[in-house]
Design a binder for this molecule. Sequence first.
Ligand code: CA
Length: 533
Amino acid sequence: MRTMVGTLVAGLLLLASCAGSPQQREVEATTPNILFIFTDDHASHAIGAYGSRFPGDNTPHLDQLAAEGMRFSRCAVTNSICAPSRAVILTGKYSHLNGVLTNAERFDGAQVTFPKLLQEQGYQTALFGKWHLKSEPTGFDHYERLIGQGPYYNPKMRFPDDSKQGFGERLHEGYTTDVITDLAIDWLKGREEGSGPFMAMVQHKAPHRHWQPAPRHLDLFADIEIAEPSNLFDDYSTRGTAAHIQDMEIATTLTPHDLKLAPQGRFNADQQKLWDAAYEPRNAAFQQKKAEMSEEEIVRWKYQRYLKDYLRCIRAVDENIGRLLETLDELDLSRGTIVIYSSDQGFFLGEHGWFDKRFMYEECYRTPLIVRWPGVTDPGQVNDQLVSNVDYAQTFLDIAGFSENREEVQQMQGISLKPLLQGEDVPVRKSHYYQYYEYHPDRKTAHMVRRHRGVATGRYKLIHFYNLDEWELYDLKEDPHEMVNRIDDEELSHIRKDLAAELERLAKELKVPDDRGSVSRDPHRLIEGLKQR
Ligand code: CA
């Protein structure tokens, strides 16, 4: 709670900066605050409200948020990988236009982003947590961010200052998910009255690999078996080369470090003690019986270890969402704040025998999207339309009253979801374009997933692994787990033809450079090629 002195200081500052001018007050009255809570690799099928196969009480605050707002059941990403998704969200443009095709490129902070346009609209903007775009954030009045991927424990974080290099760094002790929330809460509590509406992005590292849970969650799920997916032992029959030769299998790709069978590092003495007390006896039990276990039993053991740690990391995220929502209540901001929850993409949680993302298959092509907008969005709504992370920027700008006729918005490639949130039953899109680039033919790239592009509709999905020239076609109604490639099925030949035409139409509409057939072409050259046009 703000002290009297604090209030007095705030009042003086307010007078000095004219922050409470009638114009600004008008903006505040008509534009909601935007709180964007974002995670890394949180699959929607690990959220209770989405119908998770996992223990039902792991995400009570997210489930509550969904019960109070609108849950989008089919929010698709345009490129299922971390940095590219972030760049798409900031710019409202596909990877080939925002320049971040893979995790390797540096985001060009000079380009138009929705936080910059919100600033222009009178919003105070802030970012806390994971950024992952290499360049320093632009368009934020304040930020404190993780450096690179950031660790789960005791993170060093970077903030803007007046030094020559433009930023300072400080080390925080504690669990990163808690630290990021602490920073956001302190900032919310420290805001001066009359400083206008805010847009805050609270972005967690969790539940990204290597899935290190908080000390308080190390024993969670210790005595239960996590349900397996039906296709944990998928043999990829009917699927193409790409599914057979990826490097993201629970059986073979997970490392001793991932599985907590090797030292983890970065802990302080107390954290280390708690960690060892939890994992050492479990590891000893595994090592003792390992020699007698079949290959299949070992995969099952790895699956349990991976999923339990993943779900434990999510428990901390959910608790911290609860803390943030409580803070909004305390500050009497809940009514005037739209809360959005999403992740940079989904994740494989043992489906097809995998972890990680990248493929245009549903588990990671879909990402969670939950929006609570008190007084506007009816509670408990589920929207089944095909929406996308490329829609977020325009949605936020529309909510903030930014004109859709402005050139910056016209150049964006998404669709505002505001009408849906207001309860209007309007069609958003009949099809959605996807393209994944992070594969280099001349060297080993993370997880070795081949480049592909594809189109999804409400029911069908056509994928082209264009460097292999292999196609896959799925009927999601008949085959929701994408186990049967129907590309050669005569019965669906007309669907294949229509979708192939739709893929070309979308590629043209979205100005996607054509790199099919350029097997050895480095995706980085695509950007240069585009700039020369
Ligand atoms: Ca990610």
